[in-house]
Design a protein around this ligand. Structure first.
Ligand SMILES: CC(C)(COP(=O)(O)OP(=O)(O)OC[C@H]1O[C@@H](n2cnc3c(N)ncnc32)[C@H](O)[C@@H]1OP(=O)(O)O)[C@@H](O)C(=O)NCCC(=O)NCCS
Length: 179
């Protein structure tokens, strides 16, 4: 049986994450893909939450990756999280590792009492985690115009309290528009 180890990234993982993202998002451009550059730019920024940079490891090989990083909802600069990038090594795709690593990241966020996660991605993939169109929550962003790919998820609160979920404009820190 294959054992998948899901854990936050450690100090020795940065290069393997870079390689994984380069493989998963490889295109005709020989440069490092924007998703890999985004992770490296976020890692050095105030939006980085080390516990929420999640890896999936099988037999010591890093096979999957999911990142949650800080964004804000305005008015009020209410903290929320953005999911992405999410990636699995091409040779290891369609074996559930993508779902495993995303669920591990979302569970870790809920443990930290985070309440709101946004993502820009294919609804057919992200709805299985409970994401639905962010417009339903009154959330806008530079990507609102794309429609359904702009999605949000409300995480269960640790203590069962029912705090209101913020709505408004979600702002992404500079690395998102600079890479
Ligand atoms: C998207 C990705 C992370 C999924 O990881 P994975 O380990 O291959 O997927 P899982 O095994 O967890 O899930 C498989 C399911 O996801 C679906 N799926 C996989 N990639 C999908 C995609 N791009 N769009 C929609 N559905 C997708 C499969 O059809 C399958 O559906 P089923 O459960 O109904 O049969 C992976 O394919 C990948 O790294 N792709 C390239 C990078 C990318 O596009 N990342 C997402 C954008 S940030």
């Amino acid at each position: 049986m294959t054992i998948v180890r899901l854990r936050a990234e450690g100090p020795a993982d940065a290069l393997a994450i870079r390689q994984l993202l380069a493989e998963a998002f490889a295109g005709p451009d020989v440069r490092l893909p924007p998703e890999a550059r985004l992770v490296e730019a976020l890692r050095g920024s105030g939006a980085w939450l080390p516990e929420l940079s999640m890896v999936a490891e099988v037999d010591g090989e890093l096979v999957g990756y999911a990142l949650l990083s800080r964004v804000e909802v305005w008015p009020g600069a209410v903290p929320a999280l953005a999911l992405g990038p999410v990636a699995v090594r091409p040779a290891r795709q369609r074996r559930g590792y993508g779902q495993d690593v995303v669920r591990a990241a979302l569970d870790a966020a809920a443990e930290l009492d985070e309440r709101l996660v946004v993502v820009l991605g294919t609804p057919a993939y992200y709805r299985r985690f409970g994401f639905s169109p962010a417009a339903r929550f009154g959330l806008t962003s530079p990507w609102s115009g794309l429609g359904d790919p702009w999605q949000a998820l409300v995480l269960p609160s640790v203590d069962g309290s029912d705090d209101p979920v913020p709505s408004g404009e979600v702002t992404f820190p500079p690395p998102w528009s600079q890479v």
